[in-house]
Design a protein around this ligand. Sequence first.
Ligand SMILES: Cc1cc2nc3c(=O)[nH]c(=O)nc-3n(C[C@H](O)[C@H](O)[C@H](O)COP(=O)(O)O)c2cc1C
Length: 424
Amino acid sequence: MASSLSDPVKLPCGVVFPNRLVKAAMAELMAGSEHTPTPELIEVYNQWGQGGWGAILTGNVQVDINHLGSPFDPALHGEYTGKDNNFLLVETWSKYAEACQQHGPPSIVQICHPGRQSFRIAGNRGIFASTIAPSPIPLVMGDGFLERLLSPLLFPAPREMTQADIDTVTRQFVDTARLMADSGFSGVQLHGAHGYLIDQFLNPKTNHRTDAYGGSAQNRSKFVLDILKQTRAVVPSTFCIGIKLNSADHSSATFEDTMTQIGLLVSAGIDFLEVSGGTYEDPKMMSTKTHPSEEEKSKSSRTAAREAFFLEFATAVRTRYPSLVLMLTGGFRTRAGAEAALRQNACDLVGIARPAAVDTRFARLLLDESVAEEEARLPLGKAPAPWGVGWIPIRILGAGLESSYYAGQIKRIGKGLKTFAPGL
Ligand SMILES: Cc1cc2nc3c(=O)[nH]c(=O)nc-3n(C[C@H](O)[C@H](O)[C@H](O)COP(=O)(O)O)c2cc1C
């Protein structure tokens, strides 16, 4: 049966999202040089907590301080051996959990390792140290001359992870999840999308291993399945473990492999799957495609739902795995688009990122039935680029500008300042 935005959703672990609108993960770049939650970051979540969201996903928290996505990511500093030995750490993270959840919505920490997508200057490993990845395949931002020139300067070539590296990173994911459970969060989401380490293992383009972690779709899933299994063993059964994954085109060689991998995650007891797409080499998730025109929207709910970037893939997952709680993120800007995606059964949860950085209470607006259809929206243009920068032929630069514009808005929320939507 069709569901509406204000209907609750219960995850297999028992956590209930009171409605279908989820604030998606956005790296806030606000953890300072200590890489811990700062008062401004906590204030941002205090604001989002009052926004009417069914759940809040935090920006990515890195599981190893040596390997960060940005120089200001929150991160785990060392081994976590439980509450009693890490009292101050738990106290710090508990304040964050409380700020998110004190107004109601369950909050889930996205945990991540960037692997080969760690900037040279991000992390404590030193600027000459290599990154780590399933296979030693350097990141190339694009085919252009500048892209090829800058790629090795920005991203050191990765070295192939040894079994000891894999064991360490697996433990770091488990430790981070355990810390978040002890701090009172409702769950974690494994960041398996956007070309980060888990995605690098899942994807045959970045995983050329010939051991138990490479080759078949099943083998390439071993890394994430081990993390999932070992995390389950140390957190309460009521703690949510979700995952964010990239979509694959129907026509792509990896479509069936991706479906197989999702099936393995479902069998292993994942609580929800968020569908996204893109990597640093092809940043689809930062698309600035405008939502359908009024004329298109009035044609059918199918067209309205098309404001979502990865709708077709989500629909395919839904057909294969009907009982999996599915979240679809990317492109939603209107109540009509969100409702249409639910109505056509493409997903259970609608993930919203950029509009939430401009309006912390965007969910409240969409849920408020007294707000007319034409007002229940937040159209967003392309983020403005500083003069001249728009002409530089580097694809990732556009995505970087887009993302840093919204990170700037999130910072403004933390300071109690007004935010601005880029005009269409
Ligand atoms: C400032 C910013 C930071 C982001 N950081 C993350 C992140 O930490 N983890 C993640 O999975 N996605 C991240 N994303 C991607 C969003 O979660 C989302 O997938 C993407 O923005 C598309 O959704 P939207 O069209 O609603 O913005 C980020 C996006 C923005 C704008």
